[in-house]
Ligand binder design. Sequence first.
Ligand SMILES: NC(=O)c1ccc[n+]([C@@H]2O[C@H](COP(=O)([O-])OP(=O)(O)OC[C@H]3O[C@@H](n4cnc5c(N)ncnc54)[C@H](O)[C@@H]3O)[C@@H](O)[C@H]2O)c1
Ligand SMILES: O=c1ccn([C@@H]2O[C@H](COP(=O)(O)OP(=O)(O)O[C@H]3O[C@H](CO)[C@@H](O)[C@H](O)[C@H]3O)[C@@H](O)[C@H]2O)c(=O)[nH]1
Length: 464
Amino acid sequence: MKLAIVGTGYVGLVTGTCFAEMGNEVVCVDIDAQKIDKLNRGELPIFEPGLEIYYERNRREGRLHFTTSLEEALPESEVIFLALPTPPGEDGSADLSYVLGVADQIAQWMAAHPETGYKIIVNKSTVPVGTADRVREIFESYGLTPGEQFDVVSNPEFLREGVAVDDFMKPERVIIGTRSPRAAEIMTQLYEPFVRQGNPILVMDERSSEMTKYAANAFLATKITFMNEIANVCERVGANVDEVRRGIGLDSRIGKQFLYAGIGFGGSCFPKDVKALARTAEEHGYAFQILKAVLDVNERQRRLLAERVYERFDGQLEGRRLAIWGLAFKANTDDVREAPSHVIIRKLLEHGADIVVFDPEAMENTRAVFGDAIRYARSMYEALEGAEALVICTEWNEFRRPDFQRMRDRMARPLIFDGRNLYHPKRMAAMGFEYYSIGRPHYPPHTNPDPALLASTTDGKTSA
Ligand SMILES: NC(=O)c1ccc[n+]([C@@H]2O[C@H](COP(=O)([O-])OP(=O)(O)OC[C@H]3O[C@@H](n4cnc5c(N)ncnc54)[C@H](O)[C@@H]3O)[C@@H](O)[C@H]2O)c1
Ligand SMILES: O=c1ccn([C@@H]2O[C@H](COP(=O)(O)OP(=O)(O)O[C@H]3O[C@H](CO)[C@@H](O)[C@H](O)[C@H]3O)[C@@H](O)[C@H]2O)c(=O)[nH]1
């Protein structure tokens, strides 16, 4: 099939590349000329594991193209995906100006070129309930007839950054929101190769499809927030959230995934989508109480580690050197949108701390936000040089089994605030580290740690 993807960001680029991998001919469009230049030179503008191999192959075989010109992409395309930003507006509602603006451009072009025939406009952006209807009305306002010249489909995307290619290639479900049998048939054909293992393609009405996306994200954000609150109570009553997580996760009604307590959820989706759903409910006269609590608790959780550091130093952070490991909002991405690390850095900077950061992939994006206000280390160990504390914000694998002796040698004092529960508290204390994590007991550090313990690079999280 011939496809256009408008918006070549995290979603658009993965979508376009994966459709090309299945043999479709894809043109990706973006207004960002630098991004398109880069892609046409053979460079990926984002870090996403597994993407490069498909991108290179499909570009080489001529199935994947990039352009800044929407007009160039439209004539041949049978299906046009919108993977455009829907950032939160001032009141939390999703800003639809990108989606509606591009829909208008496409409708205008189609009205001027009726000979190009039937096209499907697919909303892959996360959009409020009713957006498919609004897009359809735009096309109708140009005299175009639904079912004959066009159809609008809601097709929300559920990929996670860091595992986006896998999620797209093997989705647990595909949701197609349309009441048009013609559009449903074409969309089903397009997605069939992705669900060979028997996962379902669900066809439903547009509004239910749009709501499904928000319900999924809001539910997952609530699940994480619930665990963060459990962790906070665990700390107060002397329980260990790791044990509690294992204990409840084995109940199949609860499930093992998405139960990791930490420093609050971030990223470009959960915070904005929870706000947007709460706002939609409000606009329809309903106060979605749980979501308000989720947003409040998450704000508090994102500040937690910075407050802990502040208290540990009795409010004296002026000029104190602090190291941060991990800047991305989660591991395996370079994305720092709504990253808890940034909230923590901002708080620590307010108190005058001297911050040195390291992240394997998110340094450039962080530099674009903080510039010279913080320092950037070339390695995780360099960041520790003379640091009075280490704050861990992202669960990158390379932080899981570090050389603890090397860490101690570099740090001005062996003090760690771990927002991702990477190490075992007892073992850390035995190695002489003052170690604070989330929802787990704190043990006073041994004053004369056994050198043999430090010499082994494992923290023994699983064995201790
Ligand atoms: N990032 C995710 O993991 C994820 C997953 C599922 C759904 N979503 C949703 O998908 C949508 C896109 O998210 P994203 O993370 O890919 O955003 P992004 O910011 O990475 O990408 C959006 C792209 O659209 C481009 N753009 C803006 N205006 C344009 C225009 N008029 N014409 C052409 N291109 C234009 C931007 O330059 C940018 O490259 C959002 O609604 C988001 O909520 C995101
Ligand atoms: O047990 C957990 C799981 C996640 N998180 C945090 O939650 C946030 C989101 O993580 P994740 O869902 O893995 O990443 P995203 O790429 O933001 O993906 C979410 O948002 C996308 C955009 O809508 C959806 O497509 C995905 O299905 C949905 O998982 C991150 O800050 C994680 O650190 C936790 O704190 N604990």
